[in-house]
Design a protein. Sequence first.
Lengths: 443, 117
Amino acid sequence: MAVPAGVADGINTVWALVVAFLIFFMQPGFALLESGQVRAKNVGNVLMKNVTDWTVGVLAYFVLGYGLSSVLASLTSGAAIGTPFAYFGDPGGWVTWLVGAVFAMTAATIVSGAVAERMNFPAYVFVAVVMTAVVYPVATGMTWGGGLLAVNANGPDGYIARVVGAGYLDFAGATVVHMLGGVAGLVGAWFVGPREGRFDASGDSHPIPGHSMLLAVLGTLILAFGWYGFNVGTSAIYGADNTLLSAQLGRVALNTTLGMGAGAVAAMVVSARRQGKPDPLWTANGLLAGLVAVTGAVLHVTWAGGIVLGALGGALVLPTYRFVVDALRVDDVCGVFAVHGMAGAVGTVLIPVFATSGFSATQLAMQVVGVAVIGAWAVVGSGATFWVADLLFGLRVSPEEEEAGLDASEHGVAAYPEFTGGGSPDSQPVSADGGYAGGDGDD
Amino acid sequence: MTDDDIEMVVAYVRPDVLSNVKQAIANAGAPSLTVTKVSGRGSQPVKTEQWRGEEYTVDLHEKAKVECVVADVETQRVVDAIADAAHTGEKGDGKIFVLPVASAVQIRTGKTGPDAV
């Protein structure tokens, strides 16, 4: 039953704001997840990166990113460019801008988990700015913005969509946001190089345990909470004719939930088979990978499809991580390629197989092409960004700074002053309990 | 051994027997003690842990270090009490050492020697 247009608009706007706040809450989730997986001497640096990519990111996305997305959409579909930066003077569009911004920052913040514990901070800030100002907007321009991969009701279809004969499906950003971030993280981790001690001279990997399983798993659950905004919030409450979208909302909410459940269970089973015991970190990673795998699919697939896609995403986490470490020899600290990259690609490619509208070979072809295009752009865009960052700032801290910990060497702080000392093993401990506080001339 | 002798009993024991050890030392007549969390290596086999399925070994095991300075109680009674309370029969039960103490001062009263203990 239709409601008055004003009521539908009001409810949709309130919903969009609540959703933006929920997705913003994924930022503390990422901060906890990543800081738990690093050593205590690098926790302050990880937190700093997570705070910085959000804060510089929103500025970059407002000044350039949001408008660049429309420009790209026009350029890759042959539509008139029009006035892509008109939003500067249009308060009525700013809620929509905010929702776009929280998605952009999610893509940017994924990268920090891959390059943790050894990347130069100014270089990271540069990467975060370019990710939100250029790399992510190009991906949205090609898809949701109506560009290269999109079919448009008003205006010409994207160049590739015309050739294949279908529009690319990625409902809430499994590839546009997550695979982009996961691939950029993998590329970044390759550029930055492995942490000291991760691989020995013969190339064998050695574990560098993170300092807190508690933070990592709690961060995962906070992320999952925010993810309801990410997936369910991509649907409006009222449709174009002011009728309640109850079936659509129910489908995205159910598939989001089933996907995360299946992902965690699958990862738990795989970890138990591979390692003998069910592993909490793998299970938490699997929960996220299940969410990523269904993020593009939640609106388009049956609930059985949601379970299968989530389970596939979760089951692939451990083998993908091993492949990255053992075959590629890349030190992706938080496994962001396994969690966000692989799960996003697989879940989105397989949408037509479980589609509520039935299987379509044309759609499957479009999904494969779309994932390939976005993946290729992620490699090229983030690769160029890291390459320039290396030229401008240097990607890597010195071996001495890495040994001392980035908290001490990059920020002059200690996240846990009573536990980690001044950072370096042989430095005088900084005491927070009235004891010796270092300084000159005492010995 | 004369009455003036002050000795320190230092015991490295499993953290989970600490409660029994404290009780046993008190029963032996020497209630004052200091406990520190330490880690050390002895005959206890290395422990294997894993992070993301990659194994690493930990050969420093967590122990409780109990220091008990003894003056008017027979040192051997305290040593026996600890040895009995901390015994499980498995590798890693720990060790007990007895050290001479040159002097002692009780800070609150200024008393010195065995009276300080």
